[in-house]
Design a binder for this molecule. Structure first.
Ligand code: 0A1
Ligand code: ZN
Length: 884
């Protein structure tokens, strides 16, 4: 079904509750080859005070109503209007409950959008967030309509021996003609977006978990035939998540069963349906020989995220879609804390901040900007963004920072206690922390309403006579595309005064202006403030915004020498990383502004030496050293350049820096890439992961220095795990793209792993992201490869998506061929899966920041996309907003 209408703007200010209260849902789905018959019985009651003649309006999306009955009587057509998008019923009982019985037929086999009920490799499955349920049945499809559900599924037993839905299984039985049925009962009231059904010939891994109060929960991870053993790590991660949520937040699981299903065709990462999480199989399946360390981390995080939604999202859900960050920001915060506790906190924080800067900052500084809680939308699917998720998590993190551990936990406890069973708002959430912490968070709440990344400017001055250090802070926020306010917000700035011995100094302090000091926290609440530290013996190094305590751009005038010192001494490890990372980012940004071939090195020797000292220091955690060696993303450099960006130039500069670092540290990189024990048995624990990350980073620098693929080829051939094999292959495919060594390794990889779609995705992705101009021809070839299909979102994302989002050199090829190719694919994809098309199209949003040639071509391509006949609402929304 293609929806071509422009769509209404939905506004937060227009929210009002429904006229009718839904009391219960009883559904039967009869699955057949080619069609599914849906029968839905809805019990309603008119809400108190609602006019007697108020009609009942239900949502639909592409539905055809077959029959409708009210309290057992077939309704006359005069009593209702049914269109594909809506069902309106009139003259309903004035008081007391009534029952509507609806029947319709749908075709999951033809559902290529993967919203509602669809089939993936023969398996029936559903995706209902945000508005997929209305593609299954007419329904008040909004998150503030909560009800208990009873679901009966019928199917041919040989085709679908497994029949799953939300809640607890209460009945199964045989039917004539080789069919059977199962009935599921979900006693917890839920909104329709958490509904799920799965049916098919699935294998499963079973286990159990005993909760703190001693209840045994049956756990199942369902996979396609033969792949259940690959779900072992997901099961382990699930049990660890369940235990962690009890320990850290006092949250116990509630139903008797918890099931996870791995599906090959899925629009997003996974979905938290009550008691029946449905996953993109990429985030469940791991074969020890076929998965990288990154794959393991991905499975762990997504399993945890979806499980944590059981309390933050399901038991307490969102009143409306404007409150999306209420569940997503909070749940990302929770999964980040889980990873920090399970792995290494600083390394996890670095990774989260890197992601925030790579995805959220550009979104917040471009035409698709929106506040963490948007005030309006045309297409809600386009608001599952880095801003809602990652900045949303940063806002929760700031609340935790402001309140401190004990009060934050008390606020969470209050939230769970007070709002269990509710469809809540951000105001409800905030009120709990105001009460628990005894503070007023009204100004803080501007973080939810004002879009854009604030700049925090820090200046310092040392007075040797008075032995005092003065620190001035100023915040500013520019008005961007969202047009929201620019008032000063509450910015928690964690800091330390570091002495030459690498210890934090204690000092007397005095605050003037809009800030207060609370331990190691400066809480800036107005435009500016000054803090004077007295009684210091000598000038300290100011370490500021420790752990990235607020999602701001830091403009801290600090000498190179001071930053190098902090890079060595700062007891806050996150800031030790950032001191160097900022120096490198600034060096690369400045170099990218200079004309090509000016003879100056991209990075000064002192900076390279500091990086090499960290990289070569065996006393430091290898994972941290690997993070230090990871240069800022080229897109991040481009964002910092702001305008007239030439992606070729940015790439040349980054590449020159890699070669310079590699050459200066060659001996060390040879040691680090060679000494790792390739013979040690594979283990996905954090320490082993760190060692592999460091060795692979070292190998990349080594090859950058020598220009010789031999070391990478040797590692590729000798690798005993996928992380090492893929690490080497990435170097061959990117640095030596087109060389014999690269070609033969890619061919070898294809032959070895073509049987596994998830590994094959890596083969596609590596080639699509090779930073050379001829990658445009490569992706054209890949899109014609027999294993390419527009029907599988993972495959599309690895070829078209990663080309457009990651391959800055080829996508932005000066002749515009990259833009044309992506636009072409989007036109075709939009007819199949508009949600994925819209997401990929966001890569055009930064058009204004490029040099005039590319800018004009990007602008023209956006115009061409906007003129595609029958453009979906999803894609049109992104294109229209990007062009503004
Ligand atoms: N709630 C899920 C993400 C999700 C959102 C939308 C979807 O379809 C449009 C699917 C999944 C999560 O946060 O994991
Ligand atoms: Zn989520």
């Amino acid at each position: 079904m293609q929806r071509t209408e422009d769509g209404q703007i939905v506004k937060l200010a227009d929210y009002r509750p429904t006229d009718f209260v839904l009391l219960g849902v009883d559904m039967t789905l009869r699955l057949f080859e080619g069609h599914t018959d849906v029968m839905t019985v809805l019990a309603f009651e008119r809400r108190e005070g609602v006019a007697i003649d108020a009609p009942l309006g239900l949502d639909g999306d592409g539905l055809i109503l077959d029959s409708i009955a009210l309290d057992g009587e077939i309704l006359s057509p005069a009593r209702y209007d049914a269109t594909p998008d809506a069902l309106v019923v009139r003259e309903l009982p004035a008081n007391g409950p009534f029952e509507l019985r609806l029947e319709n037929r749908i075709a999951p086999e033809e559902n290529t959008e993967l919203m509602g009920l669809y089939r993936s490799n023969g398996i029936w499955c559903t995706q209902c967030e945000a508005e997929g349920f209305r593609r299954i049945t007419y329904f008040p499809d909004r998150p503030d309509v909560l009800a208990p559900y009873r679901v009966r599924i019928e199917a041919e037993k040989a085709v679908a021996p497994v029949l799953l839905s939300n809640g607890n299984p209460i009945e199964t039985g045989e039917l004539p003609e080789g069919r059977h049925y199962a009935v599921w009962d979900d006693p917890f009231k839920k909104p329709s977006y958490l509904f799920a059904v799965v049916a098919g010939d699935l294998d499963a891994l079973h286990d159990s978990f005993v909760t703190t109060s001693g209840r045994t929960v049956a756990l199942g991870v369902y996979t396609e035939k033969g792949r259940a053993p690959q779900a072992a790590y997901a099961m382990d991660a699930l049990k660890r998540s369940m235990a962690w949520d009890e320990r850290r937040f006092g949250r116990e699981y509630d139903l008797d069963v918890f099931n996870v299903v791995a599906i090959a065709d899925f629009n997003m990462g996974a979905m938290e349906n009550k008691g029946l999480n449905v996953f993109n199989h990429k985030y469940v399946l791991l074969d020890q020989d076929l998965a990288t360390d990154g794959d393991y981390a991905g499975v762990e995080t997504v399993i945890a995220h979806e499980y944590f939604h059981n309390w933050t999202g399901n038991r307490i859900t969102c009143r409306d879609w404007f409150q999306l960050c209420l569940k997503e920001g909070l749940t990302v915060y929770r999964d980040q804390e889980f990873s920090a506790d399970e792995r290494e906190r600083t390394v996890q924080r670095i990774a989260s901040v890197r992601r925030l800067k790579a995805h959220q900052f550009p979104e917040d500084q471009g035409p698709l900007q929106h506040p963490v809680r948007p005030a309006e939308y045309r297409e809600i699917n386009n608001f599952y963004t880095a801003t809602v998720y990652d900045k949303g998590a940063e806002v929760v993190r700031m609340i935790a920072t402001l309140l401190g551990e004990t009060d934050f936990r008390a606020g969470m406890d209050l939230y769970f206690e007070r709002h269990d069973g509710d469809a809540a708002t951000i105001e409800d959430f905030i009120a709990c922390f105001e009460e628990a912490g005894g503070l007023d968070l009204s100004q803080f709440s501007l973080w939810y309403a004002q879009a854009g990344t604030p700049t925090l400017t820090v200046t310092e001055s040392w007075d040797p006579e008075q032995r005092q250090h003065t620190v001035s802070l100023r915040q500013s926020l520019a008005r961007g595309a969202a047009g929201t306010g620019t008032e000063p917000m509450v910015v928690p700035v964690r800091f330390g005064l570091v002495g030459g011995n690498g210890e934090d100094r204690h000092a007397e302090s005095e605050v003037s202006g809009a800030a207060r000091l609370k331990g190691d926290l400066i809480v800036l609440s107005g435009g500016d403030a000054t803090i004077t530290f007295t009684g210091l013996s000598d000038r300290p190094y100011l370490s500021v915004l420790r752990d990235f305590s607020a999602p701001v751009m830091l403009d801290h005038e600090q000498s190179e020498a001071e930053r190098l010192a902090l890079g060595r001494l700062d007891p806050n490890l996150f800031n030790r990383w950032r001191a160097l990372d900022d120096l490198i980012a600034e060096g690369l940004t400045l170099a990218a502004r200079r004309p090509l071939g000016d003879g100056q090195p991209a990075l000064k020797d002192a900076i390279v030496d500091a990086l090499l000292a960290t990289a070569g220091d065996d006393e430091i955690d290898p994972a941290f050293r690997a993070q230090a060696l990871t240069l800022p993303a080229e897109t991040d450099i481009a964002r910092q350049l702001r305008d007239n960006v030439d992606p070729d130039r940015v790439h040349q500069v980054a590449d020159a820096a890699r070669a310079a670092i590699g050459t200066r540290g060659l001996a060390s990189f040879e040691r680090l890439s060679a000494e790792r024990a390739t013979t040690e048995p594979f283990s996905p624990d954090a320490a082993s992961v760190g060692r592999r990350a460091l060795a692979n980073a070292a190998l990349a620098y080594r090859c950058a220095a020598t220009g010789d693929p031999a070391a990478a080829l040797a590692q590729y051939q000798a690798a005993s795990n996928m992380t090492d094999r893929l690490g080497a292959l990435a170097i061959l495919a990117h640095r030596f793209s087109g060389d014999d060594a690269s070609r033969s390794a890619l061919d070898d990889f294809y032959r070895r792993f073509e049987h596994d779609d998830l590994v094959l995705d890596k083969w596609f992705a590596l080639q699509a992201t090779a930073p050379t101009h001829d990658a445009v021809e490569t992706v054209e070839r890949l899109a014609n490869h027999p294993r390419f299909t527009m029907r599988n979102p993972n495959r599309v994302r690895t070829v078209v998506g990663s080309f457009a989002a990651v391959n800055q050199v080829a996508f932005h090829r000066p002749d515009g061929a990259g833009y044309r190719w992506v636009a072409d694919k989007l036109a075709a994809l939009d007819r199949i899966n508009p949600q994925i098309a819209a997401r990929i199209a966001t890569t055009f949003r930064a058009w204004r920041s490029f040099e005039p040639g590319r800018r004009a071509k990007l602008k023209e391509t956006l115009r061409q996309i906007s003129e595609i006949k029958g453009l979906s609402k999803d894609l049109k929304d992104i294109v229209d907003r990007s062009r503004k």
